[in-house]
Design a protein around this ligand. Structure first.
Ligand code: FMN
Length: 241
């Protein structure tokens, strides 16, 4: 496992972002995977990229299909046939992180997956203005707490880059993120944490998650307001290169 700042972004993310924002701008007409260090592979299939985020990834992929009788240059041989190499995984209770994650995925042409708690959080559970010990507070105060994940199993297989989004709770990542990273193998994957919050920064949550994961190439994370604009998201993604 490695944790490093975004300024030290490796060629893999650069290559992936070249594919997102146009291979021509990156001085290459090809596409496909690029090496990350000596073990990570990251690439976004060009045909799934939605440059203006006006469509869903699925629509973008469908729209990019070449009609049979239209003369269009064949894709490079190494271009993956389908699917995305980028996954946006998120946990969200009141919808802010979900909204940011979905818009981020639309920009990237990425897949999304939601971390769903086995026991849903009630309004009372997340009432952080209460003086009473609420579930979210109890979990935050116990670094060993590992809330169980429900829903569909999230598989990271086939992904070279994972954006990992969550709200800030009491200055920390919700403990269910700890459950998630400890139960997944990020070997060969570049992980980019991001969070939403009222005002708090992302703090040391990214480095803590990297430590708990024990695998993966973790980049410095980023905090967003739930109302961050698509332009700001796009600029941040471009800045990762
Ligand atoms: C239990 C709880 C604790 C929170 N603690 C903080 C905090 O320490 N700092 C902060 O800026 N915002 C805090 N917030 C606000 C959330 O981080 C913010 O509303 C976030 O966007 C919620 O994400 P979600 O809608 O995806 O669940 C807290 C919210 C909850 C529910």
């Amino acid at each position: 496992m490695k944790y490093r700042r975004s300024l030290t972004m490796t060629a893999a993310i650069l290559a992936a972002l070249c594919l997102v924002f146009g291979a021509a701008a990156c001085g290459s007409g090809g596409s496909g995977a690029a090496a990350q260090g000596d073990e990570t592979t990251a690439a976004v299939p060009a045909e799934t990229v939605n440059a203006d985020a006006a469509e869903t990834p699925a629509e973008a992929s469908a729209a990019a299909e070449t009609p049979e009788n239209e003369e269009t240059p064949a894709p490079a041989a190494e271009t993956p046939a389908a699917g995305s190499d980028v996954l946006v995984v998120y946990f969200s209770v009141t919808g802010n992180t979900r909204g940011v994650a979905e818009r981020m995925a639309a920009i990237l042409g990425a897949d999304t997956a939601e971390i769903v708690p086995a026991q849903p959080y009630t309004d009372e559970d997340i009432d952080y203005s209460s003086d009473e010990p609420r579930r979210s507070r109890i979990e935050a105060d116990d670094p060993a707490s590992r809330p169980e994940i429900g829903g569909d199993e999230i598989s990271l297989e086939g992904y070279g880059t994972v954006f990992l989004g969550y709200p800030i709770w009491y200055g920390q990542e919700p403990r269910i993120l700890d459950t998630f990273v400890e139960s997944h193998d990020f070997t060969g994957i570049t992980v980019i944490p991001f969070c939403t919050s009222g005002s708090s920064g992302i703090g040391s949550t990214g480095s803590r998650l990297a430590e708990l994961a024990g695998t993966g190439d973790w980049l410095e994370g980023q905090r967003f307001s739930g109302s961050v604009s698509d332009e700001e998201l796009r600029a941040w993604i471009e800045g990762l290169s």
